[in-house]
Design a protein around this ligand. Structure first.
Ligand SMILES: Nc1ncnc2c1ncn2[C@@H]1O[C@H](COP(=O)(O)OP(=O)(O)OP(=O)(O)O)[C@@H](O)[C@H]1O
Ligand SMILES: [Mg+2]
Length: 243
């Protein structure tokens, strides 16, 4: 099993869109047993897959180990794709994770889930929080979307410095350009600084995921955005093979 955190210090950069489309690609094109773990109390990834928070089991109780995490799992309409849904209770998860006996909790969950899944993709809330710190200790790869701007490559560098400082440079980061708009000079100039990063275009197909509550490969399978996410999935798999 390989685990991937879709993370950024910044909000609104396309993390949830990326997590959902990567998870769908892993499960369908990749044929991997895939779990999308929504760790953001906003529940955007859960919503984008047409799911509701699980009734009877609070996400916080399952993640903090009060009830077995398997009880939180939901099936999606797609083969091979399951979800650990989010709900508002996750707003208080940070406090739980700070307790000394829970430092390795996320790692333990991932280990336990490894028997059932080949790929676990985690949609993270923004920010360098306690939760992010715990995740960095547990996952195999960080996928980091950035909207093209001169500050974006600085954010990637800052995250690398942070990982070097507190996690011996692990896990590796796969940065990508998100919502890239080729008509804007600032976007073109920023992308030119890192032309090797995968590019997801700014596209109405991605916006309409929220209307149809489905991945872009379902909403508009032939769109450039769908192709871009398929390419991103291939890049993620290639990165995972390196480690
Ligand atoms: N490639 C894209 N083209 C156009 N719109 C996009 C694209 N990616 C994301 N969006 C839109 O931008 C908004 C933010 O996207 P998303 O929720 O994925 O970001 P996020 O980083 O998860 O945000 P948050 O930090 O709040 O969790 C959403 O309205 C989404 O539909
Ligand atoms: Mg999000």
């Amino acid at each position: 099993m390989k685990s991937i955190a879709v993370f950024s210090i910044k909000g609104g950069v396309g993390k949830s869109a990326t997590a959902v489309n990567l998870a769908h690609a892993a499960a369908t094109t990749g044929g991997r047993r895939t779990l999308l773990w929504d760790l953001d109390s906003q529940g955007a990834a859960t919503y984008l897959l047409k799911l509701l928070p699980k009734t009877g089991v609070k996400a916080r109780a399952a993640v903090s180990g009060e009830v077995p995490i398997s009880e939180l799992v939901l099936q999606t309409e797609f083969p091979n794709l399951h979800v650990l849904p989010a709900d508002k209770s996750l707003r208080r998860l940070e406090g739980d994770l700070a307790q000394s006996d829970k430092l390795k909790l996320l790692r333990k969950h991932l280990k336990a889930l490894a028997a059932d899944y080949d790929r676990i993709i985690i949609d993270c809330p923004p920010g360098l929080s306690e939760l992010a710190d715990r995740l960095f200790r547990a996952v195999d790869l960080i996928v980091m979307p950035s909207i093209p701007s001169p500050l974006s490559s600085r954010a990637a560098d800052q995250l690398r410095v942070e990982l070097q400082r507190s996690h011996e440079g692990k896990p590796p980061i796969l940065p990508l350009w998100s919502m890239a708009d080729g008509r804007r000079k600032l976007h073109r100039d920023s992308i030119a600084l890192h032309p090797d990063w995968p590019i997801i275009p700014y596209a109405s197909a991605v916006e309409s995921m929220a209307v149809h509550q489905a991945p872009v490969a379902v909403v508009q399978p032939r769109s450039p955005a769908a192709r871009a996410f398929a390419g991103l999935w291939a890049a993620v798999e290639a990165e995972l093979r390196k480690n």
